[in-house]
Design a protein around this ligand. Sequence first.
Ligand code: NAD
Length: 261
Amino acid sequence: MKLKGKTAVITGSNSGIGLGIAEELAKLGANVVLNSFTDNEGDHELAKNISAETGTKAIYIQADMSKADQCRALVEKAAEALGQVDILVNNAGIQHVEAIGTFPPEKWDAIIAINLSSAFHTAAIAVPMMRKQGWGRVVNIASAHGLTASPFKSAYVAAKHGIVGLSKVVALETAEDPITCNAVCPGYVLTPLVEAQIPDTMKEYDMDRETVIRDVLLERQPSKEFATTEQMGGVVAFLCSDAAAQITGTTLSVDGGWTAL
Ligand code: NAD
């Protein structure tokens, strides 16, 4: 098991990409900490299921990534519970789509806090731990919108460009340590959130499912295929591998050719 003995904290991991990453890292032997802002039976059940399926330790820690102190406490609590934090995956994220003139300032603040500032706060606690332990991986889940823009997504595009920049800084500050920091930039990934948009979009455009996926959702994704949460897990696992030890301060696009256009 390639990641046996390592502990990974994945923010925003009770669904979608974060859960896919946690499952993949656990399959490779890592102990994993799941997180979101909720604290219900289902959240803890997800961790129990991962433990049962992989034989690794998996726990759920509630922490709201819009709050600086809770971001920091998440990493501290994870280290207390599982002994250390070797892998930090900053994945929590939200979206709001609206023109700049009417974009609600509170949505701007929430997106910048959850999608960008949380990664600063978690890394501020995790990086010194990794340095002490002599190994670490920070993987920030950015987006194709960390490299390109779309109208009506001001806060999201700003936060995702910001996390690409933050990844470069952390990489430079840890360049002489056995620590790497990179940003993964997915195009569209088929998560429950994206799946849920399909029926409404079918109605709105009077199109069938295949046409909505091809011509609306995947308009900018030349492969015309979604990436999967399993593939996202595999990409993060690769960045945690020895093969990726010299990959730091860069972006890895998983976007079916979007950014080649
Ligand atoms: P999702 O809604 O399924 O996952 C978001 C996760 O963040 C959930 O677990 C949610 O509970 C958590 N979260 C939200 N607010 C939080 C808070 N305040 N504190 C803690 N956790 C919080 O969506 P997803 O598609 O899996 O997105 C995961 C990440 O991937 C996001 O950063 C998103 O921007 C990025 N991304 C997604 C896509 C895509 O097509 N799905 C594409 C590019 C980038």
